[in-house]
Design a protein. Structure first.
Length: 221
């Protein structure tokens, strides 16, 4: 006889850096990132990014629109469930959504966290209430000095990525200040486009089989 208390697991994603699973039980739903499911040679890196995600989630505890950190044992990150559609599926055209998303980024910045992966529409959710949420904080960075130049540059890039999405879905609501910010790329952005992005495309798409906007559609992260 099946154990009624055992969680029901649905694998959402599996790649060289581990697996992401939706687990449901009597206590509710949660997302589990398992670094030990990564390829042997990349397991150390998978555990490193899991640690980065757990640290960022812990610092952002209680922030609406950010998954709650439930448990981290050095290998598995268990975080709260947010039911929502990925931005590229929901296609938000409401100015209020982007205003709320901007406030969410200001909260991250106030707590010294840069997300660093918000160019991917799949990392933005539109919740069932129409509110913004961010997921996949494995590349997030916690900054010791929130006034430091590097943090301000990364926080600016997070905002620029949001504004690029706003330009895609409701460009008529871009303010003159936002248009000027979009027109000015920071030097890390220019350097990335000229050098690192090409390497990323080769490694991520050809070797690891990733896509920039993978996991299109409904997300439960």
């Amino acid at each position: 006889m099946a154990d009624r208390g055992a969680p029901v697991r649905t694998e959402l994603k599996r790649d060289h850096f581990g697996s992401i699973t939706l687990e449901r039980d009597a206590h509710g739903a949660r997302i589990v990132r398992d670094a030990d499911a990564a390829s042997v040679g990349l397991r150390w890196l998978a555990r490193l990014v899991a640690r980065r995600e757990a640290r960022a989630l812990a610092l952002l505890a209680g922030v609406p629109g950010v998954p709650a950190l439930l448990r981290f044992d050095g290998r598995r990150v268990e975080r709260g469930y947010i039911d929502g559609a990925a931005m590229d599926a929901a296609r938000p055209r409401d100015r209020a959504y982007f205003r709320a998303a901007h406030r969410l980024l200001r909260t991250l910045r106030a707590r010294g966290v840069s997300h660093n992966d918000l160019a991917k529409e799949a990392n933005w959710l539109v919740t069932s209430a129409g509110e913004p949420a961010v997921v996949d904080l494995q590349l997030a960075h916690v900054h010791r000095d929130p006034r430091g130049t590097w943090f301000r540059l990364l926080a600016r890039e997070d905002l620029r990525h949001l504004l690029k999405h706003k330009r895609t879905y409701c460009p008529e609501y871009l303010t003159p200040t936002e248009r000027r910010l979009l027109a000015r790329r920071s030097w890390p952005s220019r350097l990335w486009r000229a050098t690192g992005k090409r390497v990323y495309i080769v490694v991520a798409r050809r070797l690891l089989g990733w896509e920039d906007n993978e996991a299109r559609g409904r997300r439960h992260l």
